[in-house]
Write a protein that binds this ligand. Structure first.
Ligand code: FUL
Length: 467
């Protein structure tokens, strides 16, 4: 009885401290879950794999699609071992060839020799993903150079929405739907006018838990380049009603819009090879582990998710050069983040909003709990003290973004010979910010939030010594 009474008191006391109010646009439940996936695979595998081009014209004979050793489980095992959390497949690229037996075209696997025309890449891949606990996502190009309806806007839009329904209702849960902005003319010489609101409504109807990607979201935005990096300043915000698929000022997407009206976080899509599709001539051009590591730090480490493309080869398998690079990156990252040295330190804040939002919350390995300042102060600092001089060269910081992105400027200082020395400064933090700096040996570190739009909510602080 007494124990219950005491713990009830404790709970009431704790709960009487209310969390700060949300600030500005905030993520939906789906966007928040998506952000925490961080790293997943893109697979460009389709007709172009067999014709050796990046963009087919839609006149390819379906008979050309003929992987000799297709094994979706092999892909998924490799992605899983690489630490990826999902896979997005090019169900239909601009040439219109469908990797599933669509009822709305003859240009698909059903007219190919693969599995005697009875194959379905989406079925095999989605089953493999489920078996290994990976999320499954779909790229479905609206541009279709095969469909005779293309350019006859209403007819084609209906066909496209029927295909959206097909791919979203037969293969289990889909975590991300990837809209490409490419838009051309149809055989009638007319430009196809896409009905984006209707496309979005169709995805929402059949996959309410999925996020939708395009240049302008509505849920996840392109980062504005295919080279593998986000801006050092990166807001998960956009002026949502201005940006659309095919937005000409796409270079703005690298930082988002500081004055954005909608929560639309960035995703970095980049290929592990020069092209999106497999070509044997690029077998020796797979990105190095060092390059992939840089991409990781400049995407996930800059408040974006990383969608890394692995071009599956003509056998229907991930090529050994790609899997070797993926494993090399995994080993490197496991080494980089092996020991969070911050857990060896004691932490205090200049102020804190009671025990529920104490400085210690940044060390508890729980994204849901966070430190914030007393009286909603917009600036504040945390000090970490080590028992022994400790060498560090990397910091990882996370904001509790469920209540909005707030921090505009921060710094990390080390006490060296009795004086504070700034070792690194940054602008935005967002879901995750990772910064490297020259190795510094110290017993005291200070993380200062120097400018924030509302009281900072810091969920995580970690320090590492990487090689
Ligand atoms: C682009 C496409 O045109 C490329 O072929 C590739 O699929 C890339 C991911 O998106 O818009």
């Amino acid at each position: 009885m007494r124990i219950i009474f005491i713990s009830l008191c404790f709970l009431t006391a704790c709960n009487s401290i209310k969390p700060p109010k949300p600030f500005g646009p905030i993520p939906t439940r789906q966007q928040l879950a998506w952000q925490q996936l961080e790293y997943y695979a893109f697979v460009h595998f389709n007709m172009n794999t067999f014709t050796g081009v990046e963009w087919g014209d839609g006149r390819e004979h379906p008979g050309k699609f003929n992987p000799t050793q297709f094994d979706a489980e092999q892909w998924v095992r490799i992605f899983k071992a690489a630490g990826m959390k999902g896979v997005i497949i090019t169900a239909k690229h601009h040439d219109g060839f469908c990797l599933w037996p669509s009822g709305y075209t003859e240009h698909s696997v059903k007219k190919s020799p693969w599995r005697n025309g009875n194959g379905d890449v989406l079925r095999e891949l989605s089953e493999a993903a489920t078996k290994y606990g990976l999320k499954f996502g779909i790229y479905l190009s609206p541009w279709d150079r095969n469909a005779p309806e293309y350019g006859d806007s209403q007819r084609y839009n209906e066909l496209y929405m029927n295909q959206i329904r097909e791919v979203l209702t037969q293969y289990g849960e889909v975590f991300e739907f990837w809209f490409d902005g490419a838009n051309g003319e149809g055989p009638n010489g007319k430009k196809q006018v896409y009905d984006w609101p209707a496309f979005h409504a169709t995805v929402r109807k059949y996959a309410p838990n999925a996020v939708m990607f395009s240049d302008g979201g509505p849920d996840v935005r392109w980062i504005g380049n295919e080279a593998g990096y986000a801006g050092e300043t990166n807001w998960s915000l956009l002026r949502g009603s201005e940006v659309y698929a095919g937005y000409p000022k796409y270079t703005e997407l690298i930082e988002g819009h500081a004055d954005g009206t909608h929560w639309i976080p960035g995703e970095v899509d980049v290929s592990i090879r020069p092209g999106w599709y497999y070509r044997s001539s690029e077998d020796e051009k797979v990105k190095s582990v060092e390059k992939l590591r840089q991409i990781y730090y400049e995407s996930i480490g800059r408040n974006a998710n990383l969608l890394l493309n692995i071009p599956v080869d003509t056998r229907g398998l991930v090529h050994p050069n790609d899997s070797t690079a993926l494993m090399g990156l995994r080993v490197q990252l496991d080494q980089d983040f092996r020991e969070n040295l911050a857990t060896r330190a004691a932490v205090i804040g200049n102020s804190q909003k009671g025990r529920r939002f104490s400085a210690q919350k940044v060390l508890d390995h729980n994204f849901q709990s966070y430190w914030t300042t007393k009286n909603e102060a917009k600036t504040g600092w945390l000090e970490l003290t080590f028992n022994n001089p400790t060498e560090i060269n990397t910091v990882l910081i996370q904001e509790y973004i469920a209540l909005g992105q707030r921090v505009e400027r921060f710094s990390v200082a080390a006490e060296i010979e009795g004086k504070w020395k700034t070792i690194i400064t940054g602008t935005t933090i967002g879901y995750k910010r990772i910064l490297k700096f020259p190795t510094t040996k110290t017993t005291k570190l200070k993380i200062s939030i120097e400018q924030s739009r509302a009281c900072p909510l810091i969920s995580t602080i970690q320090f590492f010594k990487t090689k």
